[in-house]
Design a protein around this ligand. Structure first.
Ligand code: C2E
Ligand code: MG
Ligand code: MG
Ligand code: MG
Length: 288
């Protein structure tokens, strides 16, 4: 009997492994077509100035609605795109699409001074053509490079820290800004951070989520804000979901934030409506 249940467990394990492998194969096979078939789209999450409640920027985030599987989470398909190399054309599409869209907003709502944030994954970051691609996209879209923030994770930058300082320098020479995404989850040392030409640290949402629940997370956020100030750069909080977290952030001196408290990532036309209403986005609780 024990033997039998062990066999059953084994069978269940096999099935799960098999399903995961099949799904992965399907995503890998379908992703190149998805880009051509317009199954991929961008949504934009507002980044809010806490003291003024005004939208100062938007982060472009990819969405994929698969014809059979439905919504596929970005973490899942971005990993596939990374591993297959498809992230390079995909990332270029994201840059082009987002810069073109934001240029429209910047023209129509010039007084908003809207910034654009685009995620750049590790493989894309170390791809030799990145700087040329970015130069071309900036040229084609007419997007002001100083309003473009490239978000690169701490772990991506640290993969080859000697090379990344060089890449960052080239990107910034085009006028673009660089922010370290998911800061606090990687292993950058103070010494290396100091060497990188970066413009801001994005505090990982795992720390923000625990704000007010334990003193350690408050100290961590405080430390990141202090560190950013010492380096003369900005700090942005991710994943703000409650007004309590918002209050803590203001008290700790972090004045820029994004999260469900203000807005979920939205399709472009909804961002247009927000901008039309003066770009104010008061905290209104989850899913308002
Ligand atoms: P990220 O760059 O750290 O983006 C922030 C993620 O946090 C987004 O998840 C966003 O929807 C989510 N988020 C924002 N506010 C809240 C909140 O209050 N609570 C919670 N629980 N989550 C919040 P999303 O859109 O699922 O994207 C996940 C990750 O996938 C991104 O993390 C980024 O690393 C990657 N990604 C998404 N779009 C792109 C892209 O165009 N290119 C690349 N290379 N990576 C992308
Ligand atoms: Mg990001
Ligand atoms: Mg992040
Ligand atoms: Mg993240």
């Amino acid at each position: 009997r024990a033997k039998r249940s062990a066999t059953q467990r084994h069978a269940v394990f096999d099935t799960t492994m098999h399903d995961a492998a099949m799904r992965r194969l399907q995503l890998e096979g379908d992703l190149p077509r998805a880009l051509r078939a317009r199954e991929l789209r961008l949504v934009y999450q507002p980044i809010v100035n806490l003291p003024t409640s005004r939208v100062e920027g938007v982060e472009a985030l990819l969405r994929w609605t698969h014809p059979v599987l439905g919504e596929v989470r970005p973490e899942e398909f971005i990993r596939v795109a990374e591993e297959t190399g498809l992230i390079v054309p995909l990332g270029e599409w994201v840059l082009q699409e987002a810069c073109t869209q934001v240029r429209v907003w910047q023209r129509e709502f010039a007084d908003c001074c809207l910034d654009l944030h685009v995620n750049v994954s590790a493989r894309q970051f170390y791809q030799p053509g990145l700087v040329e691609t970015l130069a071309r996209v900036l040229q084609d879209s007419g997007c002001d490079p100083e309003r473009l923030n490239l978000e690169i994770t701490e772990s991506a930058i640290m993969q080859h820290d000697a090379i990344s300082a060089d890449i960052l320098t080239h990107l910034r020479r085009l006028g673009a800004r660089v922010q370290i995404d998911d800061f606090g989850t990687g292993y950058s040392s103070l010494a290396s951070l100091h060497r990188f030409p970066i413009d801001a640290l994005k505090i990982d949402r795992s720390f923000v989520a625990r704000l007010g629940r334990d003193t350690t997370s408050s100290s961590i956020v405080q430390t990141v804000v202090t560190l950013a100030r010492a380096l003369g750069i900005g700090a942005v909080a991710e994943g703000v979901e409650t007004s309590e977290q918002r209050t803590h952030l203001v008290r700790l001196g972090c004045h820029l934030a994004q999260g469900f408290l203000f807005s979920h990532p939205l399709p472009p036309q909804e961002i247009t409506s927000i901008l039309r209403r003066g770009a104010y986005l008061a905290p209104h609780g989850p899913t308002a």
